[in-house]
Design a protein. Structure first.
Length: 255
């Protein structure tokens, strides 16, 4: 693991600029699906959704965040197929152009897939889990223009941390296959010894708390950092779309 002293030196002003990052992606205007961000995932995603909600509501432009996350859920859930079908209804009721996804906290366990048991730590488990990730991305891309997948952070317990790194590698591979944005956050929350920490050093030398005491979750400051990185990915998508539109030939008929 790499060391990460002075984390907030690299992120100096990041939280101050969070509002500007949100505002830069959209002009002022009425609320629309184009400026709605649907957040899917578990309790970590709940915190990211909350960070979006707290920051977006203070900005002009009609940006909103829709909560599609749920505490205790995961991709190893027994009703995965039915849950996938629910995504269609979600978007019919409340469309969104952008989707942010963060899963994995509850997935380090055995599960059943295609009526077969998948034992965690086996290649069969990896293949079945990766298939579910691919299916989720495909379903979301059929409904939204932009999907951003957030990797897992460092955890306190070694076995959970090893699992987080493993799942993150599966997410990164799936994102590359689907050509969607992947946002790694593992290194961003390493302490000076290259391991889990609840506090990080600020640019002025203060210790600022970013993680909860359970060794898994964040507090608001930490979720703000993650939301900032996810919003940067959305900004890159928006900028790419604008650039592509600018390159389109003028198809207006001659007068």
């Amino acid at each position: 693991m790499r060391r990460n002293p002075g984390f907030f030196a690299r992120w100096a002003g990041a939280l101050t600029l969070l509002m500007l990052a949100f505002a830069a992606v959209s002009p002022a205007g009425a609320q629309s699906p184009a400026r709605n961000i649907a957040v899917y995932g578990d309790s970590l995603a709940e915190g990211v959704w909350d960070a979006f909600t707290r920051n977006l509501k203070r900005e002009p432009g009609g940006w909103t965040a829709t909560r599609r996350s749920s505490i205790g859920t995961g991709l190893t859930r027994s009703d995965f197929s039915a849950w996938l079908d629910q995504i269609d209804a979600d978007f019919d009721a409340n469309p969104a152009r952008h989707v942010v996804v963060m899963f994995g906290l509850n997935d380090l366990r055995d599960f059943r897939d295609d009526r077969r048991g998948r034992v965690y730590g086996t290649e069969a488990w990896n293949a079945a889990y990766a298939k579910r990730v691919d299916q989720l991305i495909a379903r979301l891309r059929a409904k939204a223009d932009d999907v951003v997948w957030i990797g897992l952070p460092v955890f306190r317990k070694p076995e959970q941390n090893d699992g987080a790194k493993h799942l993150t590698s599966l997410y990164a591979e799936a994102a590359a296959r689907a050509r969607i944005a992947f946002v790694p956050i593992y290194d961003d929350f390493l302490g000076p010894e290259g391991a889990f920490t609840t506090h990080l050093a600020s640019a002025d030398g203060r210790r600022l708390q970013v993680r909860g005491d359970d060794g898994l979750h964040f507090i608001g400051t930490g979720y703000d950092i993650i939301a900032t990185k996810a919003m940067a990915a959305i900004r890159r998508f928006e900028a790419g779309q604008a650039e592509a539109s600018a390159r389109l030939p003028d198809t207006a008929p001659p007068r």
